[in-house]
Write a protein that binds this ligand. Structure first.
Ligand code: ZN
Length: 321
């Protein structure tokens, strides 16, 4: 029984339209699901992924409209690592972010930058051998595209406190400066840095939790495993697109174990993922109350390849003479 690396990472945004612009336009990810927070259906839960919405590239945001930027502190993830194909891709992103007015910094062969609310990202050339997870986009060439998560770094003062849970219960393996969690098909890194003096503040641009990927069959067994390592998981919660359990690891980071299915095509076809508001069946009866109150968002179809011009209604029926 092995976890297949990171399934998704969930963060917070106070400005959903700007968030969509940054992730779906500037970074070239695909908005694969536009739905509501199942614990508060008056606000969005936005999911950005690769073309198919695969686990391994799934960055999600809870929208808290107007939330002030937060600050990562002890017990919080503070940086998300992403894979790209080559040093040329690193250069491409330095230029593209610069053109957008987003400062970036080269750290060795890597490129570090922050989203508009301060969430820190780092791009690095992939050496994992895992399949690249790529979204199609009108501007970002496939060979330059982000290829999925490499890992996350969190702040912890006493990271040894997490060792037993990570290594014995969850199958993480210590590498030179990170733990690796690797399954049959994919893997990810998880690492700690010493925390800053200031306390963390959960707000815009901070990570809420990180989810690791389980097969559907092993999900309940993972719950028993982490209970055996003194974690206190929630019951299995059906999130419709996947099933989830949540627990806080000893260093304070909120973990989730999410199943690799049924996935985002459970309620809309692959070619139209994320274009309309999706409400899981348990929430569909709330559509008329919920939908008019949600923040208007940019139309993501404009950034999709072969975008259909707005107002286009199909070929004219009398155009063949
Ligand atoms: Zn989650």
């Amino acid at each position: 029984m092995q976890l297949e690396g990171i399934h998704h990472i969930t963060a917070i945004t106070g400005d959903a339209p700007r968030n969509v612009d940054f992730y779906a336009r500037v970074l070239g990810l695909r908005l694969v699901k536009k739905t509501v927070n199942q614990d508060d259906p008056t606000i969005y839960h936005l999911f950005y992924g690769d073309e198919r919405g695969d686990p391994g590239l799934d960055l999600t945001f809870f929208e808290y409209p107007g939330a002030s930027p937060g600050r990562a502190g002890e017990g919080m993830v503070h940086r998300i690592g992403w894979r790209v194909a080559s040093a040329d891709a690193i250069g491409y992103w330095a230029d593209r972010l610069g053109d957008e007015g987003t400062p970036s910094e080269r750290v060795g062969a890597r490129l570090r930058f922050r989203d508009p609310e301060g969430l820190e990202h780092e791009l690095l050339v992939d050496e994992s051998g895992d399949d690249p997870l790529v979204a199609d986009h009108v501007e970002v060439p496939r060979e330059m595209a982000l290829q999925g998560f490499d890992g996350v770094r969190a702040y912890a003062a006493q990271p040894e406190a997490s060792r037993a849970l990570l290594e014995r219960a969850m199958g993480f393996e210590q590498r030179s400066e990170a733990w690796e969690v690797r399954g049959r098909r994919r893997g990810s890194l998880y690492a700690y840095d010493p925390p800053p003096a200031e306390r963390g503040v959960q707000g815009g641009g901070t990570v809420h939790h990180v989810a690791f990927a389980s097969t559907v069959e092993d999900h309940e067994a993972w719950r028993d495993r982490v209970i055996g390592a003194e974690a206190r998981p929630t019951p299995v919660i059906d999130r419709f697109y996947f099933k989830s359990i949540y627990f806080r690891e000893p260093s304070g980071v909120l973990f989730e174990l999410a199943t690799m299915g049924p996935g985002f095509t459970a309620d809309e076809p692959l070619e139209h993922l994320g274009e309309k508001l999706s409400l899981p069946p348990a929430f569909e009866h709330m559509r008329e109350q919920v939908e008019p109150r949600l923040t208007p968002l940019p139309d993501i179809r404009q950034w999709r390849p072969r975008a259909v011009p707005s107002g286009y209604t199909g070929p004219a029926s009398n155009s063949i003479s």
